[in-house]
Design a protein around this ligand. Structure first.
Ligand SMILES: C[S@@+](CC[C@H](N)C(=O)[O-])C[C@H]1O[C@@H](n2cnc3c(N)ncnc32)[C@H](O)[C@@H]1O
Length: 233
């Protein structure tokens, strides 16, 4: 309150919070040190955030005894735990750049089939039956300012690169979940090798703020598809 009365007080308050709060300090570190690799810098998540999607994935993977799943941008692990409850024998890898969030994920999940790793992308040699990248290919600044072009915040080319890295590690016939994003999977070169699943999820309403391959905001367009199947070999 008093900060509002002092010139520069609000900015000083924000700086102090960023300096003192270890979670905010980690986000500030990432935005500086990992600027070229980071997508959404904010680790917001919640327990069982997309139940319809998780149920659908569990159903589609039911024939595999121990399916391999990647939670890309796992934050503090809520997504991994939600998948674990549905797929008790799955091998689930959570990767994130945020060390604080990963610490919380590890502390909350002692299952030996869960692995958490600090990384900006999966290792090209890994293979998964399903890959989830929910609320990763977006940016809080696009949401807040809604600029006409996303090029200075998060250009489409970086999204396409991220998708290519995920496509590389997904088995033929595997499932890719992309949601809560500011871009459409269908606009990437990789999409030619996928079929959109008819699944629609009310827990993540169709994203309405979207940017195209030319980085321009798309007018009057939404993306309802969230799950994509890679063509079998
Ligand atoms: C909003 S959270 C999403 C958490 C969870 N997937 C969900 O939907 O609830 C976005 C997370 O993506 C992570 N992230 C952003 N860019 C990344 C990258 N290149 N590699 C790994 N994690 C990344 C951030 O650190 C953050 O924890």
């Amino acid at each position: 309150m008093a900060a509002r009365l002092v010139p520069g007080g609000m900015a000083l308050g924000r700086w102090l919070r960023r300096t003192v709060d270890p979670d905010l300090r980690e986000i500030a570190r990432l935005r500086h040190a990992e600027a070229g690799q980071l997508f959404q810098p904010f680790p917001d998540t919640s327990e069982d955030r997309y139940p319809t999607l998780f149920d659908a994935l569990a159903e589609r993977l039911a024939d595999l005894e121990a399916p391999r799943l990647l939670s890309f941008g796992c934050s503090s692990g809520a997504e991994v735990r939600a998948l674990r409850r549905r797929l008790p024998l799955a091998r689930i890898t959570g990767i994130d750049l945020n060390r604080r969030a990963l610490g919380k994920a590890r502390a909350a999940d002692r299952d030996p089939r869960s692995v958490y790793r600090q990384a900006a992308a999966p290792d090209p040699g890994e293979r998964f039956d399903a890959v989830l990248a929910m609320a990763v290919f977006r940016h809080g600044e696009l949401e807040a300012r809604r600029p006409a072009s996303c090029s200075t915040v998060l250009p489409f080319a970086r999204f396409a690169e991220g998708i290519a890295a995920l496509d590389e590690v997904l088995e033929p016939g595997g499932w890719l979940a992309i949601g809560n994003a500011h871009f459409r999977f269908a606009d990437t070169p990789a999409a030619a090798n996928y079929e959109a699943d008819p699944l629609r999820i009310a827990d993540a309403p169709p994203q309405a703020l979207l940017y195209g391959p030319d980085d321009r905001q798309l007018a009057g367009v939404t993306e309802p598809a969230v799950l994509f199947r890679k063509h079998p070999a």
